[in-house]
Design a binder for this molecule. Structure first.
Ligand SMILES: [Ca+2]
Ligand SMILES: [Ca+2]
Length: 248
């Protein structure tokens, strides 16, 4: 009986499988390099990196955005999750924070940015210029952030205060990420607002500059391009050929 004999062929196949799986998949976590809101009145304050979204007691509605630098990402992105921190405390006592709504839950949806409004960093170090109340260009950006192709959505509630809200990118979102180079932007909107002047908001009191270690993240999984995989397999083939030659 040789039941416990380890045969070389399966062993080699297992080793190759381990090398191959380690070679084809990689995870990367990108920190947001920008973020903020545009109001339905077209306002965006360049230096304000508060990324609150939804309806406010001031009667304005805000859509938000996040920017990530994809320049260090290679291969094809097969999965991506946006993780956005939602505060459990106000930045100033008495201010709204986190999830604020009379409704038990709201829906937060990610959207494409059809007309990119961000660019290389401005002299201020910011990627986005300011727009005043009544700006037609700012209103168009607000609309863009909350309409068009959806990249994914999630249901949020009071239970999300003090934690990351996570949204998985759908196939359209993944396609956009893979088409993106350099700075990539994604818009966000609460798509379950009523028509009343009240607070139905998320991420209130959340500022990129103050969330510190809880900075919004884009967690991605990628695999090498087919050409990279072919090179990798070609490399394995050469190793196998060399091993065989040494045995002969
Ligand atoms: Ca859009
Ligand atoms: Ca609502």
């Amino acid at each position: 009986m040789n039941t416990f004999t380890i045969r070389p062929a399966p062993l080699a196949a297992t080793a190759l499988a381990c090398i191959f799986s380690a070679g084809v998949q990689a995870d990367a976590t990108l920190q947001a390099v920008g973020g903020g809101w545009f109001s339905n009145a077209g306002e965006h304050v360049a230096q304000n990196d508060n990324y609150a979204v939804g309806g406010g007691l001031d009667g304005y509605t805000r859509n938000n955005y996040f920017l990530f630098d994809l320049s260090g990402v290679s291969g094809t992105i097969t999965a991506a999750t946006l993780r956005i921190y939602n505060p459990a405390a106000p930045v100033t006592p008495g201010f709204p924070f986190g999830y604020t709504s009379a409704d038990p839950s709201e829906t937060y949806t990610l959207f494409d940015i059809a007309a990119p409004f961000y660019s290389v960093p401005l002299p201020s170090g910011n990627y986005v210029a300011g727009y005043g109340v009544g700006s037609v260009a700012g209103e168009a950006i607000f609309d863009d952030l909350g309409s068009g192709t959806s990249f994914g959505s999630t249901t949020v509630s009071l239970a999300d205060n003090g934690r990351y809200v996570e949204i998985s990118f759908n196939s359209a979102g993944l396609a956009a990420l893979n088409a993106g180079t350099g700075i990539f932007g994604v818009g966000g909107s609460i798509t379950t607002l009523d028509n009343l002047v009240n607070a139905e908001s998320l991420f209130a009191s959340a500022f990129l500059s103050t969330v510190g270690p809880n900075v919004p993240l884009l967690v991605i999984t990628s695999v090498p391009e087919p050409s990279e995989t072919l090179l990798f397999l070609a490399g394995l083939g050469l190793v196998g050929w060399a091993v065989r030659r040494r045995r002969t």
